[in-house]
Design a protein around this ligand. Structure first.
Ligand code: SF4
Ligand code: SF4
Length: 135
């Protein structure tokens, strides 16, 4: 994924909000990559977890919004346990999802899920899926 950095795109307000919601000190991350090396979903992500936190540090909200990574994160906490700087990256991912959903944006549109898929999915999957992906 190609990222272009310009002063106009840097949002310190976005950084402040992510820190407030996640309770994490973002500058603590020094980009060692241990989080991404252990993430079981990294194979499917277009940006790795350490790249996401770098974009948050820079306030590049738009680039995070264009990535699927925060929605693929399974909140397994592997990254949080592995971080040598004590950054709970799973909480940062959750904060990023919350900030997106607060804009009343549904990542999944329930009415567009095909009937045959709805018939197959267990209720629990639907409930947890809607909780994670809809505003
Ligand atoms: S493991 Fe921690 S310090 Fe290393 S890149 Fe990930 S968040 Fe940053
Ligand atoms: S919490 Fe998310 S980002 Fe962290 S290791 Fe698990 S799936 Fe990957």
């Amino acid at each position: 994924m190609r990222i272009t950095i310009s002063p106009q795109r840097l949002s310190s307000e976005f950084v402040r909000k992510v820190e407030e919601i996640s309770g994490q000190t973002l500058p603590s991350c020094y980009q060692c990559g241990k989080c991404s090396a252990g993430c079981p979903l990294s194979f499917a992500m277009d940006l790795l977890p350490n790249q996401i936190i770098r974009l948050v540090q820079l306030g590049l909200e738009e680039d995070i919004a264009n990535s699927k990574t925060i929605w693929l994160c399974a909140s397994c906490l592997t990254c949080s346990v592995r971080c040598p700087r004590g950054v709970d990256l799973a909480k940062v991912m959750e904060a990023l999802r919350l900030l997106t959903l607060r804009k009343n944006v549904n990542y999944v549109e329930p009415s567009r899920i095909p009937q045959e898929v709805l018939a197959e999915l267990p209720q629990l999957a639907l409930v947890s899926g809607f909780r994670k992906f809809t505003a």
